[in-house]
Design a binder for this molecule. Structure first.
Ligand code: SF4
Ligand code: SF4
Length: 472
């Protein structure tokens, strides 16, 4: 055995991160990404400040266990609606991925959006790509220290505001703000503001592409939703190769032998994950199309047609399909099935929401006292009515009981509830002993029914079954 063959082979499970200095991309897709940044952040930062019916429009009040979403008040019992919303969002994401690949990752994912904001701050303070590389390589000076400090402070401010806005979905934003000013926040509020701010600062400032490469679960399984008609960012090998630098002295014959790629590396320099799309589709590619913008800019400058790097599909590249043919393949069987299922789920969700009665009634029998005989020849059972008015407005409700001949309420038949409130109403229900003797109620369990109706709105009504015990 030779010495070389005997040498152990070392397989490294960890590769140290190489710093990426993305160049700023300018073009149609960069503008689209910034539009997504503005829209998502205006919604995220702005929504807690929006009022609706005199209260915060969107508030997940965990303490009171009520979720306010504009005109709707959801309770823990309505969790199914929130779960359905999440299922719809996930399903929509699957559908979009099947059609257009990783557009969510490249344009609207919070990781992309905050990284874009943090990189913008970085460019403003440390300068363009080459200036940032120079700054990092030079020894520490007062200027470098000042720039680095300013950048991290600015990142910290954005991160803290993001953490504050996140917590404002769970605690009323105005009192949260005044409590911060008075240093009167509770420990959980401090914790979650700090935690969310730290996550934003760490993910968008330091980890960046590593979140997409190593931490995001969606990145792992979304390739299962791809097929040969899914849009991906692609380099046109046939047109671009053989690549080579522009040579002003080249003869027309030489120029004909060369591909359109001038090997300027712009597509690599703008890539936020630091890959070279000319090597083919790689799992690190988040579909941000920064390389498309960069290459289009280069093609414009050297007077060649755009689209050397472009959104296309495997089938389109293999068969040289036109944009129209690519568009026609969007409506393929798989996509139509996904869309039909999504429409069905959304329709079911919308119908369930529209038919939802904003009133709930639970009847709890007093297990401590079975049916008992009281004065005047009556048999009596005791219940607790747990009434939940999930509407925004208060109502007076009339309580009725039925199901056995002569059954009646021996207590109040009215309950007043404020909007979005619950109330436990103890009631006593009586049946005449003579009715039981006539056979209207058998000894043991008998079914009765409570009905609750709003006095000012008879359409607001619920019924709930219960058991009336007649002693043997
Ligand atoms: S930007 Fe375009 S021309 Fe420049 S290296 Fe990339 S593919 Fe080639
Ligand atoms: S290869 Fe292009 S589309 Fe993919 S991440 Fe890099 S810049 Fe974005």
């Amino acid at each position: 055995m030779t010495e070389a063959a005997a040498k152990p082979v070392v397989i490294r499970m960890y590769a140290a991160r190489e710093e990426i200095y993305p160049r700023e991309a300018k073009g149609r897709y960069a503008s689209l990404r910034w539009a997504c940044v503005w829209i998502t952040q205006l919604v995220f930062y702005g929504l807690p400040w929006l009022n609706w019916n005199g209260r915060q429009a969107v508030l997940f009040d965990l303490g009171a266990r009520k979720f306010y979403i504009f005109g709707m008040v959801l309770w823990p019992q309505d969790f199914i609606y929130l779960a359905a919303l999440l299922i719809i969002a996930a399903y929509l994401l699957f559908l979009v991925t099947a059609i257009a690949g990783r557009v969510w990752c490249g344009f609207a994912c919070p990781q992309t959006v905050y990284t874009e904001i943090f990189m913008w701050i970085e460019r403003k303070i440390e300068g363009a790509r080459s200036a940032r590389i120079r700054l990092d390589r030079q020894p520490w000076t007062a200027d470098k220290l000042a720039r680095k400090t300013a950048k991290h402070l600015a990142w910290g401010v954005v991160a803290l505001f993001t953490g504050f806005s996140f917590v404002a979905y769970f605690a009323p934003v105005r009192s949260l703000l005044s409590n911060i000013g008075a240093f009167a926040l509770g420990p959980w509020e401090w914790f979650w503001i700090g935690f969310y701010a730290f996550a934003t600062y760490g993910n968008a400032g330091w980890l960046r592409e590593q979140v997409c490469k190593y931490m995001c679960p969606y990145a792992r399984f979304q390739s299962a939703m791809f097929d040969k008609d899914t849009l991906i960012v692609t380099y046109d090998q046939e047109r671009g190769e053989p690549r080579g630098a522009l040579n002003p002295k080249a003869t027309p014959q030489d120029a004909k032998k060369k591909g359109d790629c001038i090997d300027c590396n712009m597509c690599v320099q703008v890539c936020p994950t630091g890959i070279d799309i000319r090597k083919g589709l790689q799992y690190e590619c988040i579909g941000c199309a920064a390389c498309v913008d960069a290459c289009n800019g280069v093609m414009d400058k050297i007077d060649l047609s755009r689209g050397l790097i472009r959104y296309s599909t495997d089938n389109a590249m293999d068969n040289k399909w036109s944009a129209r043919r690519i568009g026609q393949r969007i409506l393929r069987t798989r996509v139509l099935i996904y869309t039909a299922l999504l429409v069905l789920i959304v329709a079911g969700f919308g119908t369930a929401l529209a038919l939802r009665t904003p009133l709930k009634l639970d009847v709890i029998r007093d297990r401590g006292s079975m049916g008992r005989e009281v004065g005047d020849g009556m048999i009596e059972n005791v219940y607790r009515l747990q009434i939940m008015n999930t509407a925004e407005t208060g109502h007076t409700f009339r309580i009725k009981v039925s199901g056995i001949d002569s059954v009646r309420l021996a207590t109040t038949d009215q309950a007043v509830l404020d909007g979005a409130s619950t109330r436990a109403v103890p009631v006593r229900v009586q049946v005449e002993r003579s009715a039981a003797a006539r056979g209207a109620a058998a000894p043991g369990s008998n079914h009765i029914e409570f009905e609750l109706t709003a006095v000012d709105d008879p359409s607001l009504s619920v019924r709930e079954k219960a058991v009336f015990i007649v002693p043997k």
